[in-house]
Each structure stands twice: as C-alpha cells, then as structure tokens.
Design a protein. Sequence first.
Length: 200
Amino acid sequence: MITNRSWPELSIAALAVCLALAGCAAPPVVSDISDSAVKVRANSLTKPGDLLAKANESCGIYGKTAIALSYNCLDQYCIDRDYLFACKAEAPTQSMAPTVGAAPTTNGHVLGIDVSAVSDQLASTVGLDKPEGAFVANVTQGGAAQQAGVEQGDIILQLGYAVIDVPQRLGSAIAAAPTGQDIPLVVWRNRKRVTLTVRL
C-alpha cells in the first residue's frame, strides 16, 4: 500500500488503533475516594476486573472492599466514564449491615437481600438529596429480590405503598406485603429511580 504519511504519523496512527481496538489503554484512575465510596475513571478500553481492582485498592485503605454502584460496562469493557463503588466493611457487624429480608417474616415472606443504612457520604455520591432508603449489600441467588432484578448496590426507596426511609422500614413492609401478588419495588440506581416488580 502506498501512503504519503511519515513514520511518526504512522506510529501515532498505530497507537490510536492500539488504544481503540487492542485494549492497551492506560489503567483506570481514582478520581474521588472516601471511607464509604470511591469514584473510578475508566480510560479507553478498561476491563471490569481492572476497574474493581482499582476500587478495592482504594477501599482497602480503610480495611473495606468495593461494591459496584454503577457498573453498566458495554460488553466486556468500561469506556471513558466514571464508575461508582461503595466501600463495605470486610466483616460487617449486625449494626452495620443488618439482614433484612433474608429470613422469613411472620407471614413467611423472604426478599433475599442484606441491607445497610445509607450514609450522608453515600447519598451524596450516588446523587440522592438526603440519606434515605436501604442499601443492598448482597442479593441471594434465586431469591425474590434477584428474580425481580434487584442488584447489589441498589438503594431500595419504596416497597408497595411503604416508603423506605431507613432499613428497618423494609422489614415491616415485607411482613405487611400480600402473598403471591406483584408488588412495585422502587430502587435508586445510576442516579435515578427505577421501578421493579417483586412477588413474595
């Protein structure tokens, strides 16, 4: 092939192709960090595992591990944007991460999640006007919450007509929910309200 480009120009072009197609991008960088949340910037083609590793490295300063809050990577890459992670204690105590919905209530309902309170810092990081709701720290495989589409890192704001301002409200809302009926479940995800449907 005949070209009028100089070798330096060809080298720059080859580097651009490498960055765009071959995945030889710069590593992700932490743009913001606290003891409860981390914001990581993906550069060009960043693999999700590298993103999580960087967040874990930052959360590790506080003896915690990272949980994805916004992690909608295209295919197998995370491209040129910020991704949010919550820093969770390695061994949370009952007061830090109460299990709400994991055990059956008096009417036998099980939602299948572990939740904790939303701190001021976390609320600010994910775009909530105030600390409210129940932060989903873990979702049980095959449980009602997972079948409804609840994801780790979601913040539950409402179940049916019950507004969930603190995690303890969720337990009473689950206990009062009708059996075998579709119930609207509102969560905060990627800085907006998302309405799911759960059946208990």
